[in-house]
Design a protein around this ligand. Structure first.
Ligand SMILES: Cc1ncc(COP(=O)(O)O)c(C=O)c1O
Length: 326
């Protein structure tokens, strides 16, 4: 394996740069050596505007004998959904991509926590202004190591953004398209400028939607509330996992419209996402959330999530794809 990037910390997984690379990348049906996975420079613009993708994590099992890809089929289903809304014709089905993911992890001989990014883009050079519906597509699966933050007591500072989350009627947030990240990127840059770590975006109704690349929830009086799926959010797989785990812990969860001012009265706030995992928010617009440290519900959820992804909790076998380590 070529020199790999140091590690990609959970919340920065999407911001990693190409400091190194694995030996193999999967491209539209076969494993290709990294250096041979090329496109013409003229293909970049149109391909990026129309591209859809997923972010998936494979965790090393607590027993050290397997990698456990978390909710692979749910991520691939969302990739297929994103492609459908964007009218991209994927060259292969989700079952093929499932097998390809397992093959890629084995070929690269990963032994540590690994981030996977399947993405689909119109291949070739497009001379028209818009990529036509049904244009031939390529699918790539890229991969790199990350280090989890689930074992730390980290927290983050969040700020409500002046940038609004794109509405479904303009650029559906339920599509995981690279283009949508222009919206989150503007909010992130503003947040950093204002001394926060991450933004919280409001939707066109001025209700809470999500972070730049993570869903959000708050806790008040023991009840967890998270913006509903029609609040301008990506239907987060971590959000769905968290709802299931919290309810199994006997903690009530509401999916509903959330007002900005509720954030200021919350006992706890946390982000949820594949990259973010469960990330406690310790200040919101400069106000301490609760006592300014990660709260009990967030910590219990984080522990339950860690047990699940490491294979210590076997109640949800349908969410785990095992890749044996040789
Ligand atoms: C905009 C946005 N919202 C939410 C999420 C969380 O989704 P998931 O839990 O499926 O990773 C992501 C993840 O990448 C995202 O990009």
């Amino acid at each position: 394996m070529t020199t790999l990037p140091d590690t990609v910390s959970g919340s920065d997984a999407l911001a990693s740069t190409d400091a190194g690379h694995p030996e193999w990348i999967w491209r539209s049906g076969s494993l290709v050596p990294w250096d041979e996975a090329r496109v013409h420079v003229n293909a970049v613009g149109h391909a990026s505007v129309a591209a859809v993708f997923e972010g998936i994590k494979a965790y090393r099992a607590a027993d050290g004998r397997r990698l456990l890809v978390f909710r692979l089929d749910d991520h691939l289903r969302r990739l297929v959904d994103s492609a459908r809304i964007c009218r991209l014709s994927l060259p292969c089905d989700a079952e093929t991509l499932h097998r390809a993911t397992v093959d890629l992890l084995s070929a690269n001989d990963y032994r540590q926590d690994t981030y996977l990014r399947p993405w689909a883009y119109p291949g070739g050079i497009v001379r028209e202004q818009m990529v036509p519906a049904g244009a031939p597509c390529e699918v790539i699966i890229d991969s790199w190591p990350f280090s989890t933050s689930l074992d730390t007591s980290r927290g983050c500072r969040a700020g409500v953004s002046s940038w609004q989350r794109v509405p479904d009627a303009a650029m559906p947030p339920r599509v995981k398209a690279f283009s949508n990240y222009h919206n989150g990127r503007l909010a992130l840059m503003e947040a950093r400028e204002n001394g926060h770590d991450w933004p919280v975006m409001l939707n066109e109704r001025h209700k809470v939607s999500e972070g730049a690349a993570a869903c959000i929830a708050l806790v008040r009086d023991g009840v967890v509330s998270t913006p509903s799926l029609s609040s301008g959010v990506l239907p987060g797989i971590t959000r769905d996992t968290a709802i299931t785990l919290l309810r199994a812990l006997g903690i009530p969860v509401e999916e509903r419209e959330v007002d900005r001012s509720e954030l200021y009265l919350a006992d706890e706030i946390f982000f949820m996402g594949t990259a973010w995992e469960v990330l406690p928010v310790t200040t919101i617009d400069g106000l301490a959330v609760g006592d300014g440290t990660p709260g009990q519900v967030t910590r219990r959820l984080s522990q339950a999530y860690r047990a699940l992804v490491r294979g210590e909790d076997d109640r949800f076998p349908q969410w785990i794809t095992e890749v044996p380590l040789s």
